[in-house]
Design a protein around this ligand. Sequence first.
Ligand code: MIC
Ligand code: SF4
Length: 645
Amino acid sequence: MERTLTQKVLEPHLVVGKYMPGKEIGIRIDQTLTQDATGTMCYLQLEAMGIPKVKTELSVSYVDHNTIQAGFENPDDHKYLQTIAAKYGIIYSRAGNGICHQVHLERFAKPGKTLLGSDSHTPTAGGIGMVAIGAGGLDVAVAMAGGPFYLTCPKVIRINLTGKLQPWVSAKDVILKVLEIFGTKGNVGCVFEYTGDGVKTLTVPERATITNMGAECGVTFSIFPSDEVTRSFLKAQAREMDWIPLFPDEGAEYYKEVEINLSELVPLIACPHSPGNIKKVEEVAGLPVDQVCIGSCTNSSYRDLMIVAEMLDGKQCHPDVSFVIAPGSRQVLRMLAENGVLDKLIAAGARIAECACGFCIGNSQAPRSNGISLRTSNRNFLGRCGTKSAQVYLVSPETAAAAVITGKITDPRSLDLPYPEIKMPGQFLIDDSMFLPPSPEPEKIEIYRGPNIGEPPVNDPMPEKIDGVVTIKVGDEITTDHIIPAGSRMKYRSNVPKYAEFVFEVLDPDFHKRAEAYKEQGKHNIIVGGLSYGQGSSREHAAICPMYLGVKAVIAKSFERIHAANLVNFGIAPLLFKHEADYAEIDQGDELEIPDIRQKIANGEDITVVNKTKGKTFMVTYQLSERQKEILLAGGTLSYMKSKA
Ligand code: MIC
Ligand code: SF4
């Protein structure tokens, strides 16, 4: 039978189950990546698993998120990660080497292989023909320990690209178009497979911009074929031996198909506060801009920064605009330094930031109060940039550079500029000196632990019944940035009791006090949510911190994939309203009882919830595999693994 590209990569990696869309499968993971903000918890959990060395073909630990060192916490975490990597057979990518996804694409990603990363934008590597999936740190730890990664065998959506991008329109506009078509919810369990004649007109970094932001649609991963373009990219990275050809079979069947004619695309923009809020740039043109930030794992490649530099050559940044550039990798930065282009950017007034996530995660470069910020990154959720009253718009590097010149949102096509054709280099500058290989004498490595690093918390088994209170009721599309903020709070990633003080900070700063008070009274905490609860990042702290505060269940209309898996991993029940209308009947502060929850889940039965405050009952259900049920009842993956051992 004719197979999709997805099937061709997944099938040889199957270790549990059969390739049947909709069913749970377990796959072998060839490579893993972690970043520092999710990595500390991930490696603490790996330590708890008691294996001496990782079992993957390749595991890399990147330091790119918490690189601001305004206290001891982050540098302590870096040292912990460095020593753990040396001991466990992991490559350590030092702070300054670049953003994990950009660097991984350059130096390690391989067509046909599987990659699991503790970051939701891991699918960036799908641009090179990899099955690359984001997950919680615990799932990545299990994969490093040699265990399978479990996922729902995906429904494959074909996105057929025809035509060719016109000048001033780029890969970011393609993925913004995809977001316009598919939105940010309702795509759980699907993947995007890109096909068609248009594919060969896109370079690998452009493809990676597209696969990167598939995460915003909620698909498990996005994948491009591996063709001659892939081969020349790998050759230019001195890795031609990593190339294999990979295409879907002619006539393969897809769950859904859409066509995008690249020739017809125009510059697009995601308006506040969702990456799915898409308009044409020309519709919002003229809005004055306070800040332009270029970088992030979406748009910080050599090509992206070259085109910006050429557009700004000999020009000056508008006086009302603060202009920031964070190159994606040290490779990119060194190449721009070597070819003199960096000077064009500095001359134009760019504030050159570290090769790191930086502004994208809101740990620096917060806009002014009510400020308008134009960014090439992938998320514009409320408050993520560090200023709650700011308005963040997401655009291509071309549209960002146009605003640097004019001081307002500008369709780059409307500028009277010659279009700079950027050629991919025949040879990238290769300098792997910021990767530290694992130690040849791991037994001699002592693991460094600063005072900020605590034990990974473990949950109790699921009780017979939940006797609780609705500690918070939230609406649709609540992201993990709402649940637990990043930015300046992120330095507490290794200190769960402290970090838990910020749960729901952006929506309700008193949440943690209420939750602690109920917990002290012996009550369980319950969160009620709407559609697509847990969008966005893979941060398992959005489960760990609520767990620490005594949350036992989240009842929502629907969940996003990674967050639902994280809830189960930490023993919190992700329950679904059987009838969505019941959501309206519940209020914050209502006392809820969920009798026999253990038994009902064990038997696979729907569950009756008693709203004691309202004197009513309603039904909830769940989507859990047999394996997940066992994990949930045990109180999470660590407890489950201990009970198995
Ligand atoms: C993000 O972009 O939200 C992050 C920060 O990279 C997260 C990971 C984290 O919270 O550490 C992600 O995308 O998974
Ligand atoms: Fe870093 Fe931003 Fe990419 Fe997350 S989305 S990995 S914070 S650059």
